[in-house]
Design a protein around this ligand. Structure first.
Ligand SMILES: [Zn+2]
Length: 373
C-alpha cells in the first residue's frame, strides 16, 4: 500500500531547507519520495494536507513514564519557595512499589498516548521508581510493551535507609543481571544527592559489560563529572547539561555524545536554563526531550519544550525543531527516525499550521492535526 500526502504547505525533511508546495509518498511504512506537489507520483491512497506543514514525528529521548501517583502538592510547595532537591523521588518509589502491574501499565499507556497526541512518535522510557530487583524488572517489562527504547535506571537514587555502597553492588550485580534482557540502555543520575562520579562510572561500565548501552543524567543540579564520564564512555547522550565548565563543553564538542537539554525540568523547578547557544556555537550536537516525570517535569509535550528552547534558551526555531526530532534520534543512536529523507520510517506530523515556526510562535496551542503512523 502506498500513500500520497500532497498540498503540503511546508515540508521539513531535514534534507536541506523546508520545501514549499510539497508532497510526500509513503510505501510500506517508509518515505519513498518527496518533492514538489506537481511532480508527485500516483499512490493507492491520498491525504490532502490543505496547505499545512509536515514535520518529522518528535523523538522524545528522555522520559520516566512507569510510576504511580503524582506530586502536585510538591510542585505547589516548590512554586511557593521550597527548593528542588530530588528527594521527592522516594515518594514516587513508594507509590510505584505499592501499585499493581495493571495500574503501572495503564498509567504508562495514558502518558504514551498523551505524548503521541502531541506529535511524539518515538519515546524512550526509563525505569527507576522501583529500586528493587523485582520492581525494576517489572517497570522495564511494562516499558517494553510501549517502546524498544527501554532504559534501566536502577541508579536513580539510593533508596531511603540503604547503604550507598551496598546499593551500587546490588545495581551492578543481581539487579543488572535480572533486567539486562528487558533493557537496551543503562542510565545513572550523577549529581549531588544521587550518585558520585566514581559510582556512576562503575555502574555504566557494569552495564556496558552486560550488553547495555550507556546514557547519563549529568550536571543538572550543579557542576560535576557526569558529562566527562559520558564522553569517556562514549555514551549516546548526556542529559540535562545545565551546569557545564569549559572543559565539559570541549569534551562534548570533541566526542560523539549528544547533549540532551530538558527545559521542562528548569521550567518546573524554576531553575536557570542550560546555555544551549554555548553548546551549539561550540559544535555540540543538541537534542531536546521532555524528561516527563511526576516530580521535576510533568509534561509530555515536545512542542512546549521547543517553545521553551526558543524563548528561554535562544535556540532558533529551526535548531529547536531539529533537536526535537533528528537530535533525539542521534541521542538514541537511531537513523531511521527523526527525519523524512527517502528511506526513513514514515513517522510524521501534519501540523494545524502553515509552518513549523508556529510550534514556538504559538506556545500552548494544540497544533498537532494528525500523526502517522
Ligand atoms: Zn530524567
Amino acid at each position: 500500500m502506498s500513500l500520497l500526502i500532497d498540498r503540503i504547505g511546508e515540508l521539513v525533511t531535514h534534507d536541506g531547507p523546508p520545501l514549499e508546495d510539497a508532497a510526500l509518498v509513503v510505501e510500506d511504512g517508509r518515505v519513498a519520495w518527496t518533492g514538489p506537489a506537481r511532480g508527485a507520483p500516483a499512490a493507492d491512497d491520498r491525504i490532502d494536507a490543505d496547505g499545512a506543514a509536515v514535520v518529522p514525528g518528535f523523538v522524545d529521548s528522555h522520559a520516566h513514564l512507569v510510576f504511580a501517583g503524582d506530586r502536585a502538592a510538591e510542585f505547589a510547595a516548590r512554586m511557593g519557595g521550597s527548593p528542588y532537591t530530588g528527594g521527592g523521588i522516594m515518594t514516587t518509589v513508594a507509590a510505584t512499589r505499592a501499585a499493581g502491574d495493571d495500574v503501572l501499565r495503564s498509567n504508562t499507556r495514558r502518558l504514551v498516548e498523551e505524548a503521541r497526541r502531541q506529535g511524539t512518535t518515538t519515546i524512550e522510557i526509563k525505569s527507576g521508581y522501583g529500586l528493587s530487583v523485582a520492581d525494576e524488572v517489572r517497570s522495564l517489562r511494562v516499558a517494553g510493551e510501549f517502546t524498544a527504547e527501554t532504559t534501566f535506571l536502577g541508579a536513580h537514587v539510593v533508596p531511603r535507609g540503604a547503604d550507598p555502597d551496598e546499593y551500587v553492588a546490588l545495581v551492578t550485580g543481581p539487579m543488572l543481571n535480572a533486567v539486562r534482557e528487558h533493557a537496551k540502555w543503562i542510565d545513572v543520575f550523577c549529581d549531588r544527592g544521587a550518585f558520585t562520579g566514581e559510582q556512576a562510572h562503575e555502574i555504566l561500565t557494569a552495564g556496558v559489560a552486560a550488553g547495555l548501552l550507556p546514557r547519563i543524567h549529568a550536571n543538572q543540579l550543579g557542576p560535576g563529572p557526569g558529562v566527562r564520564i559520558a564522553v569517556e564512555l562514549n555514551a549516546a547522550s548526556a542529559d540535562h547539561c545545565t551546569h557545564l565548565s569549559d572543559a565539559d563543553v570541549d569534551a562534548l564538542a570533541g566526542g560523539d555524545t549528544v547533549a540532551t537539554l530538558l527545559p521542562g525540568a528548569e521550567f518546573s523547578t524554576r531553575s536557570p536554563y542550560p546555555d544551549a547557544r554555548r553548546l551549539l556555537d561550540a559544535g555540540v550536537t543538541v537534542a531536546l526531550a521532555t524528561d516527563c516525570n511526576p516530580g521535576s517535569s510533568y509534561t509530555s509535550s515536545m512542542p512546549f519544550c521547543i517553545a521553551l528552547a526558543v524563548r528561554e534558551m535562544r535556540m532558533t526555531p529551526a535548531e529547536a525543531l531539529w533537536a526535537a526530532t533528528a537530535g533525539g534520534a542521534r541521542a538514541l543512536r537511531r537513523d531511521d527516525v527523526g527525519h523524512l529523507r527517502v528511506g526513513a520510517r514514515a513517522h510524521l506530523v501534519i501540523l494545524d499550521a502553515p509552518s513549523y515556526l508556529h510550534l514556538a510562535y504559538r506556545p500552548g496551542v494544540p497544533l498537532i492535526q494528525r500523526v502517522l503512523p
